[in-house]
Write a protein that binds this ligand. Structure first.
Ligand SMILES: *Cc1c(COP(=O)(O)O)cnc(C)c1O
Length: 362
């Protein structure tokens, strides 16, 4: 029973099973979308209304739509995996729903009830359940809930109309040929977020702000950018779309949430899972100098990035304007791989869910 009445208007021309299977054989990431989407409107005075599941289709947007000009937009990302018994489960959708509310507050947008967020995700996955890849690999159905302002006008103020949408895209294994370490460019002049800014909201603006630094990383031969704090340019914060974890002997440390970091669901899950596996885990402060020194003296064994899309990505090489170093032996570390395997096992239903993280569709 859903608590949100979602009117079902399914497509009369979904892709054929053969077309869908062809996509699922090599889905990539974010390239193909399922047959349906869920939309819910919000208007001032009326609140949330008109929840619908409809065929996936383009939106018609007025050129003076406020989102296009002032970027009142937030999003989420979570995955549905198929379990060994064929059932389908979302990983911690309640955590994404609560973060979505936090992002909405920061961007002066209306908060969607947690239940409604989960019901909308459930409805879409239920309808497009054949798009959830088979159990056994790391493939999943990636859900992208998001909200935009829909009011038309160029006045600068919070809009009085919004649209919440959920779309879904099959995602292949992030590392089809085995886990590969990434190289990191540490940006010492560009910042992702500032104290009091929007770094702790999952909003497109943070990504727009990161693209130039990302291009600079590529010029330095690196795949990802690590950002430092905006005040002292010293404390390690995170990557453009993933949090960072530092593995010392028997202890995992991740930068504390100062307000300019995004509170990753993967980060939070790993802090807990690490303890289940017998490691200590804590939030702390790590400077770029600590990172380099502790790597060189061997105290810092492994570094990895974490987020929903790639789950865990080992860091193999780090470059700064002042020099570069190999992380450990440049290969994925043992603790990194152990955590990755343990988390994926819970997400895919292959291991026991001791924390109540897995939300199975009924
Ligand atoms: C989404 C995101 C993450 C990772 O969050 P998860 O909930 O683990 O997917 C980390 N950093 C930024 C900036 C993000 O936008």
């Amino acid at each position: 029973m859903t608590t949100t009445p979602i009117e079902l208007k399914p497509s009369s021309s979904p892709l054929s099973a053969a077309e869908r299977e062809a996509i699922l054989a090599d889905p990539g990431f974010g390239r193909h979308f399922t047959d349906h989407m869920v939309t819910i409107k919000w208007t001032e005075g009326r609140g949330w209304h008109d929840a619908q599941l409809t065929p996936y289709a383009p939106l018609s947007i007025d050129p003076a739509n406020m989102t296009l000009h002032y970027a009142q937009e937030i999003f989420e990302g979570l995955k549905a995996y198929r379990g060994p018994d064929g059932s389908v489960a979302l990983f911690r959708p309640d955590a994404n729903a609560r973060r979505f509310q936090g992002s909405a507050r920061r961007m002066a947008m209306p908060e969607l009830p947690v239940e409604t967020f989960i019901d909308a995700c459930d409805a879409l996955v239920q309808q497009d359940i054949d798009w959830v890849p088979a159990h056994g690999g790391e493939s999943s159905l990636y859900l992208r809930p998001f909200m935009i302002a829909t009011e038309v006008g160029l006045g600068v103020r919070p809009a009085n109309e919004y649209l919440f949408i959920v779309i879904a895209s099959p995602a292949g294994a992030y590392f089809p040929g085995g886990v590969k370490p990434v190289s990191i460019w540490v940006s010492e002049d560009r910042v992702r977020a500032v104290p009091g800014g929007i770094g702790d909201a999952k909003t497109g603006g943070n990504y727009a702000a990161s693209l130039l630094a990302q291009a600079e990383a590529a010029e330095h031969g690196c795949e990802q950018v690590a950002y430092l704090d905006a005040v002292e340019h010293r404390w390690v914060e995170e990557l453009g779309g993933m949090n960072l974890c530092f593995v010392y002997e028997n202890k995992i440390v991740t930068p504390e949430l100062t307000g300019s970091l995004l509170a990753g669901v993967t980060r939070d899950s790993l802090l807990k899972l690490a303890r289940d596996l017998g490691y200590e885990s804590e939030e702390g402060r790590i400077s770029i100098d600590d990172w380099r020194r502790d790597t060189e003296n061997g105290a810092l064994r492994e570094v990895f990035a974490c987020g929903t899309a790639a789950v865990i990505t080992p860091v193999g090489m780090v470059k700064t304007a002042g020099g570069e170093w190999t992380q450990g032996d440049g290969q994925p570390g043992a603790v990194t791989l152990e955590l990755r395997k343990a988390l994926l096992a819970i997400q895919t239903g292959a291991a026991e869910d001791r924390h109540g993280w897995v939300h199975t569709l009924d």
